[in-house]
Ligand binder design. Structure first.
Ligand code: 3EB
Length: 330
């Protein structure tokens, strides 16, 4: 009787956030650890694994060797495959990933629709149906003119694939261009059996309200997501966007300053203390490899001791040189 009551209580407690950290080491050892929900590697040099929890992100790191990124929960983890989707679940949390070739789906729009439909189908059938955070990596993101730019086609396909499932609000997200295999789309997510709290940036127009000049279908994402126990903020790709406009064209330093101001605005909106710390892993996506050293210098000076992974990635607006996403634990 007592035990039954405790179980009911335990099920209603907010889920503690997964721990996300960078670590050097072997993929197999990371996967063998208790509670490992996902292991991400970066770039073509990293080893492969058939484990559904393993994902090789198609972005090259400016660090050699790049660390692994581990997601860990305090629970047993089960995993499997469902068509093209790989997943792992434990303690109320779900990792799911899908990789598609655009050629099989008629381009970036069709591939995005297919990827989101496949992920939605998995999530809809599970307890972990609250998609809190999602990452999208597509090739040649800025190729094409006007409404035919590949990022804009991706946005259209994503919205179609999302359907009505995200009617209550979008997940926090990142969408970055990779320089890996042609036409390869990678989408992966973190979901939970409890909802998070969407956070918008008061300095920015919400992405789904962007005006027509940015495409027929505005981007479907929230600026950040406070996880269920309010113990971590998942921060979307954040760049030098003020209002809806890109700021400081061709000025890397000014874009970094504006990005940091946006990051702090999100922390404040999430009711978190300012600043980042050694537990708060970030990623910096850098368009031009020649800028990587300056980005690293800026971040290590402004955020000493904060784990930052520098990746070669294209931001979805061609005038933006750098974008930062990551985690802040409370
Ligand atoms: C911006 O603020 C920059 O399409 O999922 C950032 C994060 C951006 C996510 C997405 C796009 C996305 O509009 C671009």
């Amino acid at each position: 009787m007592m035990q039954g009551c405790e179980n009911v209580l335990a099920r209603t407690l907010p889920r503690r956030a997964p721990r996300v950290a960078y670590r050097n080491g072997e993929v197999a050892a990371a996967l063998a650890e208790h509670g490992t929900l996902a292991v991400l590697g970066f770039g073509s040099g990293v080893s492969a694994s058939e484990d559904p929890r393993w994902l090789r992100v198609a972005l090259e790191s400016f660090d050699a060797p790049a660390p692994l990124e581990l997601w860990q929960v305090d629970a047993e983890v089960s995993h499997g495959r469902d068509g093209a989707v790989r997943w792992a679940a434990g303690g109320g949390w779900l990792f799911a990933a899908v990789e598609l070739d655009e050629a099989a789906h008629g381009g970036p729009g069709g591939a995005a629709t297919h990827a989101y439909q496949a992920l939605r189908q998995l999530v809809e059938g599970r307890a972990e149906r609250h998609v809190l955070r999602i990452w999208n990596y597509l090739e040649a993101i800025n190729r094409g003119e006007g409404d035919a730019e590949r990022y804009k086609l991706f946005c259209e396909g994503r919205a179609t694939g999302m359907g009505a499932f995200f009617a209550e609000g979008f997940p926090a997200a990142t969408a970055i261009g990779h320089h890996g295999p042609a036409g390869r789309l990678q989408v992966y997510l973190l979901a939970c059996d409890q909802p998070g709290e969407r956070i918008e940036n008061p300095r920015q127009v919400s992405a789904w309200c962007y005006p027509r000049q940015y495409g027929r279908t505005p981007p479907s994402f929230a600026r950040a997501m406070l996880l269920p126990a309010q113990d971590a903020l998942a921060i979307s790709g954040t760049a030098a966007v003020v209002g809806h406009a890109s700021a400081h064209e061709d000025d890397l330093h000014a874009q970094l300053e504006e990005t940091f101001t946006n990051l702090e605005a999100l922390l404040a909106r999430g009711r978190l203390a300012p600043g980042f710390d050694t537990q708060s892993p970030l990623k910096a996506y850098v368009r031009h490899p020649a800028d990587a050293a300056q980005v690293r210098e800026f971040i290590t000076r402004r955020l000493p001791g904060v784990p930052v992974l520098l990746l070669h990635g294209d931001i979805c607006r061609s005038e933006l040189l750098v974008e930062i996403d990551g985690w802040r634990y409370a």
